[in-house]
Write a protein of this length. Structure first.
Length: 154
């Protein structure tokens, strides 16, 4: 099936000329069901956002996503960046708190999440042994470079 090329249509080109439009324009497909809106991105960058737990998904790399953005989950005084046992439990609730902002100092990084990703070379044993020092070792800025938050595919 061949689609009609409006750029070759005389009536379309006359209308474009009367409007003073030099080009046909650039259109990007946007689906708010699968892509974050600008407002959603701003809200996630400013604070933790209360969303339906069913909206959160786990990416192939085991990180957490909302639509087309990685997010971290707030739960039990911890920052969760991967699908650890705590996140599995949190996802069974109706609502969940997610964000993309830099977390508050009162929250600590979940050692099980780091072990799940083998982030910073940690496994389950090392992460438990180093759990007191993980907040000093973990950097959200570095994590964002290693796992870009927006946009993600898949």
């Amino acid at each position: 099936m061949k689609l009609f090329d409006f750029r070759e249509d005389a009536a379309f080109n006359q209308l474009k000329q009367r409007m003073g439009a030099a080009e046909a324009g650039h259109f990007v497909s946007f689906d708010p069901e699968h892509q974050l809106t600008f407002g959603e991105r701003e809200a996630l960058a400013a604070a933790s956002v209360d969303i339906s737990a069913g909206a959160v998904r786990i990416l192939k790399d085991r990180t957490i996503a909302l639509k087309n953005s990685r997010v971290w989950v707030e739960g039990g005084g911890k920052i969760h960046i991967a699908n650890c046992a705590d996140v599995i439990q949190l996802r069974n609730q109706l609502r969940i708190m997610v964000s993309t902002r830099n977390p508050e100092k009162t929250l600590s990084i979940c050692p099980e999440c780091l072990a799940e990703l083998k982030y910073l070379g940690l496994d389950g044993r090392k992460s438990r042994r180093l759990s007191e020092q993980l907040d000093e070792l973990f950097s959200m800025e570095q994590f964002r470079q290693d796992y870009p938050f927006y946009p993600v595919n898949g």
